[in-house]
Every structure is written in C-alpha cells, then in structure tokens.
Design a protein around this ligand. Sequence first.
Ligand code: CO
Length: 144
Amino acid sequence: MNKIEHIGIAVKDLELSCGLYEKLLGAPAYKRELVASEGVSAAFFKTGDNKIELLAAITGDSAIADFIRNKGEGVHHIAFDVTDIYAEMERLRNNGFVLLSSEPKAGADHKLICFLHPKGTNGVLIELCQEINEGQEIRTESNG
Ligand code: CO
C-alpha cells in the first residue's frame, strides 16, 4: 500500500454535490466520468495531493444506490494506491481478507481496482487501485 489515493463519497445528486464541493474546496471538479458497468457517475476533485471522488447512482441497482438506501449519503470507501494490484490481492487474500472480486476490474480514472469486504475491515469499504501502466497486460473479471 503506497498511500491513500482517494476518498469516495456517495451522493444523491452529482450536480448539486459538485457545486457544494467546488465551494468547499475552492476549485471545480477536474474530471467527470461515467462508469456504466458500475451504474455510477463520478466527479473528481483535487485538494493538494489528495483526491475526492463523488459517486452518484445512475441505475437503481448500482452499489451506490444500495448504499444510499441503507446508510444515506456519506463516506463510501477509502482507496489505497498500490503498485501491483495482483500481488496486493494475493497478499491480502493470504491474510484472510475477503475480496469482492477474484480479479481486478477496470475502474474510473484509468485504474485497475478491487474492493475488500467491509465486514473484514471494521465496516469500511476499502478499494485497492493501481494506475494502468502503458502496455501492461491486463487480466480482469470483465474481459477474462
Ligand atoms: Co474509488
């Protein structure tokens, strides 16, 4: 684990929350991205070296829709930057953590990602994310 890469926040209305976070941080979102496979629309903010990801559901069956139904808006996950996501997943699996996918998935912002089950991490959803390297051979759940 290299550092906290971003904090993910679940919001009901991405436009409203973008306005709010722009006022809070004094800078607009630097990027928007639709992650259709996850049923999520995302906006990214930077403050210094740190990144905040706002996540809104675009479908009723997305994980963000579930989260907001159960817990309301708020901190959804903490993401850690890793150098080799396959090696980290193996290390964590060997240490008894439950991974939510057996292979990384292609996530937002040009990353390979994997989530850990929050039951094994004191109720906090943890995301591993690795920048996809130029020319890297990628093995994910979606493309086999
Ligand atoms: Co994230």
